[in-house]
Write a protein that binds this ligand. Structure first.
Ligand code: ADP
Ligand code: MG
Length: 256
């Protein structure tokens, strides 16, 4: 089973500590949610775990290989990263965009049958097959977000790291994407997501990491990680965990 980890991981930018002493070990086949207030360092942590940002202290490792020394093509074959604010500036068809997810596998002979099948599967999983020939620019924000998920899945990654993948999706598509991530984890993929919606985090994650001011506040099973005292320290709010008809809910009462 693949393990994504980091030890003593820190990022300092212009003498400002963004992340400090982060130690994590995450097993594939699980969904891990990273939550925390704005500016806590969630995106920075995810980029380090994806091997896209070099930490200034410590290291992130994929199965004992330091991500900073892993060749980018080798890394891209195993890990997919879904950025928070993806830039897609070109007027291309959705399928063409999803095909880019196969780039790390395509050799001199170009796209093969296997690549086309992987693109079909990824588009079906993200429920965007109907947009195949639509120009990406003409899709709604939520539709485009799902096309980008398809692009990430097209490489059949062992790891999927997604920065706020539910932001901008309507409730039905949030549920679909949450269910898709759970299904991927069931198939053995390691899913790490940053989320703002704490109730969604409770429902979809096996484990929740709460970041505050660049450090890990707790790293525990969901209901324990989001206990009132942690929410008070992390977010400065009084909140309680209650049982709703659809599952656990975080009820934010007031500022602490
Ligand atoms: P989050 O995703 O939790 O909102 P980020 O990881 O995006 O937090 O950012 C954490 C902190 O690091 C913020 O205060 C942000 O302004 C700062 N930061 C991130 N990237 C840079 C950068 N390139 N230069 C300066 N500050 C940065
Ligand atoms: Mg962020």
């Amino acid at each position: 089973m693949s393990v994504l980890s980091c030890a003593g991981l820190g990022v300092t930018i212009e003498r400002k500590p963004i992340l400090r002493g982060v130690d994590l070990s995450i097993e594939a086949g699980t969904v891990t949610a990273v939550v925390g207030p704005n500016g806590a360092g969630k995106s920075t942590l995810l980029a380090c775990l994806a091997g896209l940002r070099k930490p200034t202290a410590g290291a992130a490792r994929l199965d004992d290989v330091n991500l900073s020394v892993l060749r980018s093509r080798d890394r891209a074959r195993r890990m997919a990263f879904l950025p928070q604010t993806p830039e897609i500036a070109w007027a291309v068809e959705a399928r063409t965009l999803v095909e880019l997810g196969r780039t790390p596998f395509i050799g001199a002979r170009g796209q093969g049958q296997e690549d086309r099948a992987a693109v079909d599967r990824a588009m079906a999983a993200a429920n965007v097959s109907v947009f195949e020939h639509r120009i990406v620019d003409t899709l709604s924000g939520g539709e485009r977000a799902r096309v980008l998920i398809a692009r990430a899945l097209a490489g059949d990654p062992e790891w999927l790291l997604a920065d706020e993948p539910l932001t901008g999706l309507d409730p039905a598509h949030q549920l679909d994407v949450a269910a898709l991530f759970r299904r991927l984890a069931g198939d053995g993929v390691g899913v790490v997501v940053t989320l703002h919606d704490l109730s969604m985090a409770l429902r979809m994650a096996d484990r929740i990491i709460v970041l505050a001011e660049g450090a890990v506040l707790t790293d525990e099973p969901p209901a324990r990680a989001l206990r009132p005292e942690v929410l008070r320290r992390a977010y400065g709010v009084e909140a309680t965990l209650t049982q709703g008809p659809g599952g656990p809910l975080i009820d934010v009462i007031r500022r602490a």
